[in-house]
Design a protein around this ligand. Structure first.
Ligand code: DC
Length: 224
């Protein structure tokens, strides 16, 4: 049987940073499920499909093929044979992904792919519904969160580091809006699984979170 670590939590809590580092330490495969919803969003954007147009989205789902590959350990997302990895992190793509991930057709397709990836190898997977829906039997489940203020500050620093002039209030408002949507949708909303460990990273460094999760994981394995 494979081992798996499920990390869920709101946007900006540091899930992918932590998951990547932990995956490297444990030599596990890191699966970024948000990237898959983002790839779907790129398809909708490229085809002029509006997020409220459920009928077109449902139909489009039949034509979308998403595949995951790894290049030197880094996840690549292939959308209908095109590598769209470089476009995934754009702001409009994240917003579109949040809006279109509410549809059952979109989720069904991606959850199947995610389950299959975890079936054949040891994985660390992050997203919103990993502990509750994709990997209900994960070896370790963590709900990684941080205050809105801490998450906004990190994003602010990240954008400043790229030479941009971000507005902290706009960032905070975006985060609140994204939380609201991800936590209150009907299908698989973001919530802490009953058996998930809550980790609040507001006042923790990246290294501290990684160490904490590594400890939690080794304890879980010992208990088995
Ligand atoms: O983690 P992220 O910001 O890349 O995710 C983008 C959006 O995709 C997020 O706002 C909600 C959706 N998502 C989801 O519904 N389920 C997941 N497992 C991962 C992401």
């Amino acid at each position: 049987m494979n081992y798996s670590i499920a990390i869920d939590g709101p946007a900006g809590a540091g899930k992918s940073t932590i998951a990547k580092k932990l995956a490297q330490k444990l030599q596990y495969i890191y699966v970024d499920t948000g990237a898959m919803y983002r790839a779907m969003a790129i398809y909708f954007l490229d085809h002029g499909i509006l997020p409220e147009d459920e009928a077109s989205i449902r139909k489009a789902c039949e034509n979308v093929r998403i595949r995951i590959e790894y290049e030197e350990g880094a996840q690549q997302v292939i959308l209908n044979d095109e590598n769209v990895t470089a476009r995934l992190r754009r702001e409009e793509v994240g917003t579109m992904a949040s809006k279109t991930s509410v549809y059952p057709e979109v989720r069904k397709k991606l959850v199947e792919l995610q389950k299959e990836l975890a079936r054949v190898q040891n994985v660390i997977m992050d997203g919103r519904d990993i502990g509750t829906c994709v990997l209900p039997d994960a070896t370790l489940k963590v709900y990684l969160t941080a205050s809105v203020e801490a998450r906004a500050k990190r994003r602010f620093d990240e954008l400043k580091g790229k030479g941009e002039t971000p507005d902290i209030q706009v960032i905070e408002a975006d985060i609140r809006e994204r939380d609201e949507r991800d936590m209150n949708r009907e299908v698989s909303p973001l919530r802490q699984a009953e058996d998930a460990v809550l980790v609040d990273s507001s006042n923790m460094t990246i290294e501290e979170v990684v160490e904490c999760m590594e400890g939690l994981f080794h304890n879980k394995i010992k208990q088995r």
